[in-house]
Design a protein around this ligand. Structure first.
Ligand code: ASP
Length: 613
């Protein structure tokens, strides 16, 4: 015997009935979505996971039915026995997949009653998120949420099939482990059996997957839950899901090919969209220079223009000052289709100042009366214009490829900070001016990021030390293996990211598989040999026992599904997410400590200092 498709209580799903089912006797069960009493005949919309169908309680079909239907309330769970019939002409609902038919009930049985729902179970109602999460079981019945969960399940199944096809083994790694250094704080789990000791929840299975490679697994994947105790930032979850991947005896090209196949198949199966592969690749350095970001959105142009050469001899103080200190002048040319008014320009200047920049300069490309100081009959109207030579103006217009009506925005200062500022301006302007096209999927690889970033203190001041840009297990680029210590600011690593429409979807790297190189990286990061032994002894021992060259990647599942579903928040694609303040309104987690449990764990709470009023 095999399981029935809809459960023993049902013959069909509500949403699957079509005109060709007319005449069939059906048993349905689900929730009352709406009830409309048309004096003597009651119409019910019956909803289950498959969709909605109209049920009619018609006194001509069975006695007492109308009375029974009149008792029903929204979100009660009922079972309906009836016959499918075509809807009368003029009563069809083309918006509903089942809109050609209705079910004439012969019996309605109440399976369970419901309190008045806290909000209507419809997509187009504005409901506060706390209320939605408090009653998530009701929220999940909304068609949009049901669709998102179904999409997530389908995507996971595509992922598994691609990974299995290529010989990857699904291996589970521990949830109770030692801290894994991915840059965030660990969630600690105190041990009762070993008081005053604690486990950590994994920030990622990074070290286990590397040890699986030492263990000869060769190709590993896991739909892995990861935990990071980060300060609250927009749309982060303390627990989230990654597709964790590692492979041996390969290099970047294996990872690229695997991921391109995976994403292409996800988009094609789940969205019916054929993605062009291979994805374009750009280096981190190129991404920063052209887009001022390590996750560029390629759906629109608006590339940064470096004017440092054009303005090398300029008399404009802010520009020459920045250039003489080794900085840059960077411009953005906003196309004519999106003209900026003076007031808007002032707004963007304030926007830049709020980000710590000195300001922005601007110019509007105008028709040139005499043609003397511009190229091709255009010139720059700008408060700066009188300080610029005709050659400089012509050079700016040419470098920007500027056309009549374009607006050019300029910033000057330290190169990295100026690029980052203009990169953020690029994104903000594109959104504001409506330059982001709908329905485009622009994947790319960003490769060869720096091996290290300058460490900063809490106030953001450089400490003189270095931190890994990805994680300390990432291999240096070949030219830097021998000498990354002497020029850490220039060393690149063998890491890579997948970026989609300006969102980082996945990060990974080729790993260090040489114990001595790994020790050197630790030492360089200020981790002494003793510390390394204490924290990563198990990894270093593993690396001393025959390690295949290996590397991997970890796409974020929540973000991927969010983008596929067209949602703005990962909370919309997670069944039971936490709020932005890390709480679960449904279960009221986190909860105060239980005194008895604390005693068993050998822990005592530090009394809270009284709050200053
Ligand atoms: N463990 C890394 C992360 O979670 C991904 C990787 O390097 O494979 O970002």
């Amino acid at each position: 015997m095999s399981i029935t498709p809809y459960g023993a209580m049902r013959s069909h799903g509500a949403g699957v009935l079509r005109a060709e089912d007319a005449g069939s006797e059906v048993q349905l069960a689900g929730w009352i979505a709406t009830r409309r009493d048309h004096g003597g005949v009651v119409f019910l919309d019956l909803r289950d996971r498959s969709g909605v169908v109209q049920v009619v309680a018609d006194p001509a079909v069975a006695a007492g039915l109308v009375e029974a239907a009149q008792r029903l309330r929204d979100e009660w769970v009922v079972r309906v026995v009836g016959t499918v019939r075509p809807r009368p002409e003029g009563m069809r609902n083309p918006k509903l997949p089942t809109g050609d038919v209705e079910v004439a009930a012969s019996a309605i049985e109440v399976l369970s009653e419901s309190r008045t729902p806290p909000f209507p179970v419809e997509d187009d109602v504005e409901v506060g998120e706390d209320l939605r999460l408090l009653h998530r079981y009701v929220d999940l019945r909304r068609p949009r949420m049901a669709r998102n969960l179904a999409l997530r399940s389908q995507a996971l199944s595509v992922i598994r099939s691609v990974m299995e096809r290529h010989g990857f083994l699904e291996v589970e790694t521990p949830q109770l482990t030692r801290p894994t250094p991915e840059g965030a704080r660990d969630f600690l789990v105190p041990s009762r059996i070993r008081p005053r000791e604690s486990y950590a929840l994994p920030q990622s299975p990074q070290l286990f997957k590397q040890l699986l490679m030492v263990g000869g697994v060769e190709r590993y994947y896991q739909i892995a839950r990861c935990f990071r105790d980060e300060d609250l930032r927009a749309d982060r979850q303390p627990e989230f899901t990654q597709l964790d991947v590692e492979l041996s005896f390969g290099d970047e090209e294996d990872v690229y090919a695997l991921m391109e196949e995976l994403y292409a198949e996800l988009w094609s199966t789940c969205l019916g969209v054929e993605l062009p592969t291979p994805f374009p690749r750009i280096t981190y350095a190129e991404a920063m220079a052209r887009f001022g970001s390590d996750k560029p959105d390629l759906r629109y142009g608006l590339e940064l223009v470096d004017l440092s050469a054009v303005l090398a001899g300029t008399g404009v103080g802010v520009f020459s000052g920045a250039l003489s200190e080794g900085g840059s002048v960077v411009a953005l040319c906003v196309p004519v289709g999106a003209p900026l008014t003076r007031r808007e320009l002032d707004g963007w200047v304030d926007w830049a100042k709020a980000r710590g920049a000195g300001g922005l300069a601007w110019g509007v490309v105008e028709h040139s009366e005499d043609g003397a100081d511009g190229a091709g009959g255009v010139t720059l109207r700008s408060p700066l214009a009188k300080f610029l030579t005709a050659e400089e103006i012509a050079g700016i217009l040419a470098a920007c490829g500027a056309a009549l009506g374009d607006t050019i925005l300029f910033a000057a200062g330290a190169t990295d900070a100026t690029r980052t500022l203009m990169g953020a301006l690029r994104v903000a302007l594109a959104a504001e001016r409506g330059l982001v096209p709908d329905g485009e999927w622009r994947f790319l690889w960003v490769t060869e990021p720096p091996m290290f970033d300058a460490a900063t203190d809490r106030a953001g001041r450089p400490t003189g030390g270095w931190v890994p840009n990805h994680h300390p297990f990432t291999a240096p680029g070949a030219p830097y293996v021998d000498g990354f210590e002497s020029d850490p600011g220039s060393a690149t690593s063998r890491a890579y990211d997948i970026v989609l429409n300006g969102v980082e979807l996945a990060s990974g790297s080729i790993r260090i598989h040489d114990a001595e190189l790994q020790r050197r990286v630790f030492r360089f990061l200020g981790i002494s040999d003793e510390d390394a032994e204490a924290k990563f002894g198990f990894l270093l021992r593993g690396l001393a026992h025959g390690v295949p060259p290996h590397g991997g990647i970890a796409p974020g599942i929540d973000r991927t599904i969010m983008l596929m579903a067209g949602e703005d928040s990962i909370r919309e694609v997670i069944a039971f997410p936490k709020t932005q303040s890390g709480a679960c309104p449904l279960t009221d987690a986190p909860a105060p400590y239980d005194e008895g449990a604390l005693t068993e764990l050998g822990l005592r709470l530090i009394p809270q200092p009284p709050r200053a009023t």
